[in-house]
Design a protein around this ligand. Sequence first.
Ligand code: NZQ
Ligand code: ZN
Length: 387
Amino acid sequence: MENFTFYNSTEIIFGKGEVNRAGEKTADYGKKVLLVTGGGSVKRIGLYDRVMNAFENADLEVFELTGIEPNPRISKVREGVDICLEKEIDIVIAVGGGSVIDTAKAVAAGVCFDGDPWEMFTMEGEPDEAIPVGVVLTLAATGSEMNGNAVISNLETEQKLAIHTPACLPVFSILDPVNTYTVPKEHTVYGIIDIAAHVFEQYFSHTESTPIQDSWAEGIIKTLIKESEVVLENPEDYNSRANIMLAGTMAINGLLSIGKDDDWASHAIEHELSAIYDIPHGGGLAILFPNWMKYVLSEGTDKFVQYAVNVFNIDTKGKSDQEIALAGIEKTREWFNSMGAPARLADYDIGEDKLEEMAAKAVSRGPLGSYKVLEKEDVLEIYRMSL
Ligand code: NZQ
Ligand code: ZN
């Protein structure tokens, strides 16, 4: 294990009915609130009214930034920053999934940033100041509710870039699994795959002797496999939604990668896809991840053997390490397929024409990953395997 420091300041408020506390928690940070929401689901499920009631009870003054789209745009961030500066907003509250939360974070950092908000994403280094952000989560996927990341798209430049800063850690996140009952089947599946991908990015590592981190990771994947079956059968199964929600939060709050190398190449490779084709992040990962696994296997089978045995109980008798590892990868693809996830780029009508361009953009800030360090040709090969 390597040296590490771990710090995560987000207060997690988990469980049924906890949204009623949104007012009192927000009021700790001031009176003027910017409420950020997406394309309408929060109104349809009645959550908007509950949050507004809680705000009213706490005597808060509310301004709104709404209509945040999946793969959220920098144009909305600019709009939010302008409102915050004009109205002297004290705290930004996101009610939604990752796209809404990431927009809220980028707005909060943009308020303190001297320059156009897009520069925060393209500059060397990270923004180190933001006004407070609070979250009411409606979709289990990105873990944005307990990390300092924000991923924003710029349609003009066809880029999708991230900031990672402790300044953007939400001050609190309210996680009521009931608020995820209405997530449509395909987004439930994309969310589960995104969570699994976050675990994989940290699990597949060459750092030796990390049994605690490994068993946490394997436990999350096994939970997701079990609960994905339950939730797709019954979207209103409380315990299943709760376990998936907790999985999402724990998968990318920093814990799984303490004391070890992590990878994140597949995320960078996927972000090029969703930047250009505007496909769901989890859908892109479903296509790419098993191919990344196959591609990097040449760098060492041990971790993949461990994964195959501990997660899928692959029978090892008479099999080489390579065969066991491949069986685990195949099981991963089968699990994704069984949930109805896309398996090939062709499922999104994506052909060969932009693969070169995407591979070049993916490595434009340097090679990717650590399990196997990927150059442009490697990334291109993973795209080709995914056609
Ligand atoms: O816009 P509304 O109407 O709210 O509908 C949303 C949206 O269409 C809907 N939805 C959300 N909660 C719902 C619901 N529908 C019914 N009932 C509910 N309770 O779901 C759709 C997808 O929402 P979105 O927020 O886009 O999904 P997700 O949470 O998967 O976020 C994806 C974005 O996060 C980025 C992705 O790249 C992508 O841009 N990521 C952010 C990360 C982070 N901040 O740490 C890490 C991830 O790896 C990822 O890159
Ligand atoms: Zn992700």
